[in-house]
Design a binder for this molecule. Structure first.
Ligand SMILES: CC(C)(COP(=O)(O)OP(=O)(O)OC[C@H]1O[C@@H](n2cnc3c(N)ncnc32)[C@H](O)[C@@H]1OP(=O)(O)O)[C@@H](O)C(=O)NCCC(=O)NCCS
Length: 416
């Protein structure tokens, strides 16, 4: 924190770590618990000290503003609290854009979709509120087995996906993130799971691999007007727009949104494809039905059907980016690739399938299509005019020993 002599891990302003420990040892946590009563509340509002480790850790985290409230842990009831969580995420995500021209706007629907699938556990949605009941920190774990490509253990390992870690801006750099991570780890461990996968846009520790984001312009004019992209030198705006113009209808025979009856075949096709890669999810029937259900605005999933057989599968999810301070546009709608695969023997390529996914994304109002260069995605990126972006994605696996070093090509895992 600026002007605070750097990062503090709890304790009082100007107080050394050991002094702080000693004070807490002397007082137990009672003094801290007294502060739960918060700003403008008297001792009458005191609450008992929690035995919950999260509570006792959390009560040591201070906002660094004099008598600012200590924090209390709360299990976020996803259905009821979602809108407030969303506000917190938006507030946090805004900080990521140095220029404040844009901010991520994960819809409530996609967060809800990701955090409430089969096997999801309410205890794994962990929010921290301040004494004014504002959500100031959040982390979630979503159970799902993954094959983590260790030669000694080729079968799927029970894991959780850690996602939506965020801390409100005025409590950053005070050790809240490790606290949330520690507590979610404890909760997951209690249920007998000891491995986790997570991704981050920044280096945190040694990653399994690093992937790059690639972007395919769909609505060129809008992306130029919002300065999301730039026209290369020696190319007119007209040429640029023409270069990325998409046909209005898909080209492949049998390409259409996936229905419930396609699901068993589509799941087989996808799982067979995913198993080629060292690090991939094992998608159960129920997870597949939840995760890939065609539901525009959240996830769009398409198949190619030939003679009653599902021979192509492709899916993407939607995340909006709010455009700030712009007179004409308020949102850029981005499609993010989940997976795309085709069956052998039908003369189809993944590039064909991806081309139709781009057309479907464009026709359903997406302005840009994003893909990572993981798995074998490199095979279509150039051909379909994806451009390499600045963003990187670091993949981490917690508590898991990898055999040989991995590259992005070994990974077929996409977290929302
Ligand atoms: C990511 C975020 C929660 C970190 O909070 P913070 O207040 O800056 O970090 P804290 O001071 O609490 O903790 C710092 C520690 O957390 C770790 N950390 C930071 N970002 C992390 C991440 N994305 N995943 C895991 N650990 C992370 C750091 O390595 C650091 O550990 P160290 O002290 O041992 O070096 C915060 O910046 C945020 O909310 N960002 C916006 C949302 C976001 O980008 N979330 C991450 C999605 S991947």
């Amino acid at each position: 924190m600026a002007g605070d002599g750097g990062r503090r891990r709890g304790g009082r302003r100007g107080e050394g770590r050991e002094e702080g420990k000693e004070r807490r040892r002397r007082n137990g946590n009672t003094e801290e618990a007294g502060n739960v009563s918060g700003r403008g509340r008297s001792g009458a509002g005191r609450r008992p000290v929690s035995k919950d480790p999260m509570m006792s850790h959390a009560s040591r985290v201070r906002s660094g503003r004099g008598d600012a409230p200590v924090l209390e842990e709360e299990k976020v009831d996803i259905a009821v609290q979602m809108s407030r969580f969303w506000e917190a995420v938006v507030g946090v995500q805004q900080q990521r854009e140095a220029l404040r021209l844009r901010r991520f706007a994960y819809s409530k629907d996609i967060i809800l979709h990701d955090l409430t699938g089969p096997g999801c556990i309410p205890d794994y949605r962990l929010g921290v509120r301040d004494s004014e009941k504002s959500l100031v920190g959040f982390i979630a774990a979503v159970p799902g087995p993954h094959c983590a490509g260790n030669p000694e253990a080729s079968s799927a390992v029970p894991m959780v996906e850690i996602n939506f870690l965020c801390v409100t801006s005025h409590l950053r750099n005070q050790g809240m993130a490790p606290l949330l991570i520690k507590e979610i780890t404890r909760r997951v461990n209690v249920n007998g799971t000891f491995q986790a996968i997570y991704t981050a846009g920044v280096p945190v520790t040694a990653p399994v691999c690093v992937a790059n984001y690639y972007h395919r312009t769909l609505n060129a004019l809008k992306l130029l007007e919002t300065e999301f992209t730039y026209c290369p030198p020696r190319m007119s705006q007209r040429e640029f727009v023409g270069r990325y113009r998409m046909p209005s209808t898909p080209r492949l025979t049998g390409f259409r949104p996936m229905t419930k009856k396609d699901m068993p075949q589509a799941q087989d096709l996808l799982q067979t494809y995913l198993r080629q890669f060292r690090f991939h999810p094992e998608v159960s029937k129920r997870s597949f039905q939840h995760k890939f259900k065609h539901s525009p605005g959240v996830t769009q999933t398409y198949v190619i059907e030939r003679d009653g057989a599902v021979v192509g599968f492709g899916s993407f999810y939607t995340v909006d980016t709010q455009v700030l301070q712009h007179s004409k546009h308020s949102v850029i709608r981005a499609a993010y690739l989940h997976h795309c695969c085709v069956a052998d023997g039908y003369g189809l390529t993944r590039t064909d399938m991806m081309r139709d996914l781009l057309i479907a994304a464009s026709a359903s109002g997406h302005d840009v299509f994003n893909s990572l260069n993981i798995a074998d995605n490199e095979e279509f990126l150039d051909t379909l005019r994806f451009g390499r972006g600045n963003g990187k994605l670091y993949y981490y696996v917690f508590n898991w020993k990898w055999g040989a070093p991995a590259t992005a090509r070994d990974v077929a895992v996409v977290l929302v």
